[in-house]
Ligand binder design. Structure first.
Ligand code: AHR
Length: 327
């Protein structure tokens, strides 16, 4: 009788130990739905709208593999509702950490509160949200205002001897996204010190090459004299170059062009003097994201804001680094 009782107790104890290790949402360091013992990271990507995004996705996937992190990856195709649905699915799956690059700034409070209630730390990568900072663990990404300022400083210098109006058109990124809002803000505030520099038209090209071309075609038709194009990313700038050439004009000469990102295609156009200036925005966030994921899963405190280090490029500087550019 005593033997039977201790056998039953042993089975009961083993069952409760197994249940505890089996991957509840709070079992942060060794959990994971699949019970692989690896940290499980649910990542919701914005989409695949640009060369920058492709490089960012590769960086996240490669770094997860190197770090031994089990990555669950979803592509939201530039739609907020898709991102919210995948974050909810990661919560249901009880992943250890959630990371996402928010397509727009607003509308995240509810889902962030759900993640917090489930005790799953959330890491913002690349883009910011306007939610209270207590709702996420950290935000790693560029200073987009500074990127816009860098382009503005370059424009001030480039057109410093202009005696009349300098007509500027701006191709903005996705409406409501942090990079579109901040780059515009940084750029327009900087050029305000020279009243000759005037933004005569500003429209979204949704960060894509196709939209950049389409919008630039319309801008060229509506505005007979354009001196400078500021495109919020390389891809829109490259699309616009096609439109400028189709209109019989020489990009980089007849219309000066400044962009942001410094992906390989952009740098190639810069080295060929079809673009005149690029402010870098680094997509290589994967390695740091995995370090942060490990810390978050272990319950360690994280710095609230981590700003990516970036530089700027002239045509000559682009030509010098082009052969060694990673993306
Ligand atoms: O959020 C970063 C921006 O998103 C990049 O500048 C752009 O190319 C991308 O689509």
């Amino acid at each position: 009788m005593l033997k039977k009782l201790s056998a039953a107790l042993a089975v009961g104890l083993l069952a409760s130990v197994l249940a505890a290790c089996g991957g509840g949402g709070e079992d942060t360091a060794s959990g994971g739905e699949a019970g692989s013992g690896k940290i499980v990271l649910g990542f919701s990507q914005v989409g695949s709208e640009s060369g920058w995004r492709a490089a960012n996705t590769k960086s996240v996937k490669d770094s997860a593999a190197t770090a031994g992190i089990d990555l669950k990856f979803s592509d939201a195709q530039q739609k907020q509702e898709n991102q919210i649905a995948s974050i909810r699915s990661y919560i249901q799956q009880k992943v250890d950490v959630i990371a996402f690059s928010p397509v727009v700034v607003t509308g995240w409070d509810a889902v962030l509160k759900e993640a917090q209630a489930a005790k799953i730390p959330v890491i913002l990568t690349d883009r910011a949200v306007d939610s209270d900072a207590s709702l996420y663990a950290t935000f790693i990404g560029s200073d987009f205002v500074k990127e816009g300022e860098e382009v503005g400083k370059w424009a001030l210098e480039e057109f410093k001897s202009a005696t009349g109006p300098v007509n500027i058109v701006q191709l903005e990124g996705t409406v409501g996204s942090a990079p579109a809002i901040d780059r515009k803000k940084g750029f327009e505030a900087t050029i305000a010190s020279n009243p000759n520099l005037k933004v005569i038209a500003s429209q979204s090209g949704d960060f894509t090459r196709a939209k950049g071309k389409e919008v630039m075609q319309a801008l060229l038709q509506a505005n007979p004299k354009i001196d400078l194009l500021f495109a919020h990313n390389d891809d829109m700038g490259l699309g616009a170059i096609e439109a400028i050439k189709a209109a019989g004009l020489k990009p980089g000469t007849d219309i000066k062009i400044a962009t942001i990102d410094a992906v390989k295609d952009g740098m190639t156009a810069l080295a060929a003097n079809e673009i005149n200036f690029i402010a870098e925005c680094s997509p290589l966030l994967g390695e740091q994201l995995m370090e942060l994921t490990k810390k978050a899963a272990a319950g360690e405190p994280l710095e609230k804001r981590i700003v990516t280090k970036e530089t700027t490029f002239t045509p000559q500087q682009a030509a010098e680094v082009l052969s060694t550019r990673q993306y």
